[in-house]
Design a protein around this ligand. Structure first.
Ligand code: 4NP
Length: 154
């Protein structure tokens, strides 16, 4: 079983989308996908309604997800930890205990060589167009990650 964790700040906008989209591309038998936020603001909340809507339009249901905070034991549970932006990356790394922990953390968009800005933009203060942009960015990159993971498994 390969375990992947998607991390943003609040765990209500970007990482729930990455969680739902990547999960939809991988078999539940071989992969476990989860998400978390580095902040405490939204613990226990459902994803932002704008993330739920853009996912639903694309036949992905993220409405049952519940926000939680990233914790140190996530370094033990997960094989890959993907940060949505540089600030999330720094927050995660600040909790790392050793080089093994650090080695598991990567910027999500590092997996997409055709995109030069490696930060998934925070859409929280934006509008539905910003959520559409974030969805597309995460969708194409999740496809690349899923393809790579399936190759590694063979
Ligand atoms: P997320 O977006 O990190 O993609 O879930 C945000 C959600 C909430 C806040 C900031 C970003 N906030 O400041 O409450």
């Amino acid at each position: 079983m390969t375990r992947l964790l998607m991390v943003c700040l609040g765990n209500i906008c970007r990482s729930p989308l990455a969680h739902g989209i990547l999960q939809s591309k991988l078999s539940e038998r071989n992969f476990y996908v989860d998400s978390a936020g580095t902040a405490t603001y939204h613990i226990g909340n459902s994803p932002d309604y704008r993330s739920i809507e853009v996912a639903k339009k694309n036949n992905i249901d993220i409405s049952t997800q519940s926000a939680r905070q990233f914790k140190v034991s996530d370094f033990d549970t997960f094989n890959y930890i993907y940060a949505m932006d540089q600030s999330n990356y720094i927050n995660i790394i600040s909790l790392a205990r050793n080089n093994d922990d650090i080695g598991k953390v990567k910027l999500f968009l590092e997996e997409n060589t055709s995109i030069s800005n490696k930060n998934v933009p925070d859409p929280y203060y934006g509008d539905s167009t910003d959520f559409e942009t974030v969805f597309s960015l995460i969708e194409v990159t999740s496809e690349l990650i899923a393809k790579k993971l399936k190759r590694v498994q063979l």
